[in-house]
Structure formats: structure tokens, C-alpha cells
Write a protein of this length. Structure first.
Length: 224
């Protein structure tokens, strides 16, 4: 089934089309995707969840009615899931850069921000909505240099920048509870105008599965 893109209905919505969206996603390969959930779901179940989450992230990005949406794929863009998603949604598929998460994120900003502001999201945040993306886009268009959607675990689920900011990503201790706090400190040191939206939860640990919507849980064979 094709994934629909929201159409702008006024000048304000048209202005939001200047803001692009990039989605970072791993291929739904058993043993590669959502490895911290393998004890609860098994390798194949974790891969199925990754497919669900990636489809949802792309649908959310398109429904926001912003600018170009791209899917940054790992380890490459040739997995049949990515090819099918490209056909269904029309999003462009690119290959994630080498290096740690910070290097991969900075590469996306470095390449995309030549054409305007960029929002970057992953696939691990079921509660992220199109409205969150639109509010983040409005912050960048309103003059903020950076916008973040913090996560309950101390990281963040969305980052938006008007221009590349390598210092926000370089030598970060990723997957720790101090990522957002360290990012705030770096933004202050760089004299960036920083906007933070409300904190959301992301899906990383087996306990987080209890927060999945019932339809997604049912697809994974999870009982409530």
C-alpha cells in the first residue's frame, strides 16, 4: 500500500517545505536490528519490529508535509525491504556513512543542509507524530539554530539543524544517559539558539515493549 504525503494547504505549510527530513534505519536483518530486544522477541521477532518501526517513521515523516524525505540505510540500500519501501513511498534511499553514530548523523546534515534545514530522526520512537516534526520545523524557520526532542533515557529522538554543527556529534559517548545533557552543554559553548520540545520515550529495552500500541504488539505476537 502506498504511503501518502500530506499536502500543504496555505503559505505557512508551503514554507515548511523548506525543511527536509532524514530517517536513519537499519535493515531488518535478524541479528542486526534491535539487538537489545532479541532476548524478548528472538532475532526474527526483533527484525519484524524493525520493519514496523521503519514503515511508521517514514509514514510520519511524509505525513508532516515538510520537504524532501530521505531514508538513510545501513548496512546498504539494497535490502529488499528498503527497495519495497522506496517503491511504496517514493522516498529516496541513501547509504549511511561509515563511522560512529555521530559521524553518520553529521554526514547527513553536511549533505542536506546545502538545500535548507534538516530534521533527522531514527526509527525507535513510536510516539513521534507529524505534529512533532512540524513544530520542530517551525522552530528552525523561526530562527533557532537547533531543535531537539529529548528521550526519557537521556538521549534524543529528533535533532534538527539549520546548518551542520560537527561539535554536537564529535566524540560523543552514545547510548548513555548523558547524551542530551552533553549536547546542551556543547550547544551553549557554540552559542547556538537551542529549542527543546517535550520528552518522548523510545523503544530500546524489553520493558519498553509494554508501551507499544495494541495493533503493533499483536503483529509481533505479544500478549497484553
Amino acid at each position: 500500500m502506498a504511503i501518502a504525503r500530506a499536502e500543504p494547504s496555505n503559505e505557512a505549510a508551503t514554507g515548511l517545505r523548506r525543511v527536509q527530513v532524514a530517517v536513519l534505519a537499519k535493515a531488518p536483518i535478524p541479528g542486526l536490528a534491535k539487538t537489545r530486544l532479541i532476548p524478548a522477541l528472538g532475532a526474527r521477532g526483533a527484525a519484524r519490529l524493525q520493519r514496523q518501526l521503519t514503515r511508521q517513521a517514514v509514514a510520519t515523516a511524509l505525513a508532516a508535509g515538510l520537504g524532501r524525505v530521505t531514508l538513510w540505510c545501513a548496512p546498504d540500500a539494497q535490502h529488499r525491504f528498503f527497495r519495497a519501501l522506496r517503491r511504496a513511498s517514493g522516498v529516496g534511499c541513501l547509504v549511511q556513512a561509515s563511522g560512529d553514530l555521530g559521524e553518520r548523523m553529521h554526514t547527513a546534515f553536511r549533505l542536506h543542509c546545502k538545500a535548507g534545514p534538516l530534521l533527522l530522526i531514527g526509527t525507535d520512537c513510536p510516539p513521534l507524530t507529524p505534529d512533532h516534526l512540524r513544530r520542530a520545523a517551525q522552530a528552525l524557520l523561526g530562527g533557532d539554530d537547533a531543535v531537539f526532542q529529548p528521550a526519557e533515557d537521556g538521549g534524543y529522538v529528533l535533532v534538527g539543524l539549520r546548518e551542520p554543527q560537527a561539535a554536537l556529534f564529535r566524540d560523543m559517548r552514545w547510548s548513555t544517559g548523558s547524551v542530551m545533557a552533553e549536547t546542551r552543554a556543547r550547544a551553549r559553548a557554540a552559542h547556538l539558539a537551542l529549542r527543546e520540545l517535550e520528552t518522548l520515550w523510545d523503544l530500546d529495552r524489553p520493558a519498553d515493549l509494554d508501551r507499544l500500541p495494541a495493533d503493533q504488539a499483536a503483529c509481533l505476537g505479544l500478549r497484553r
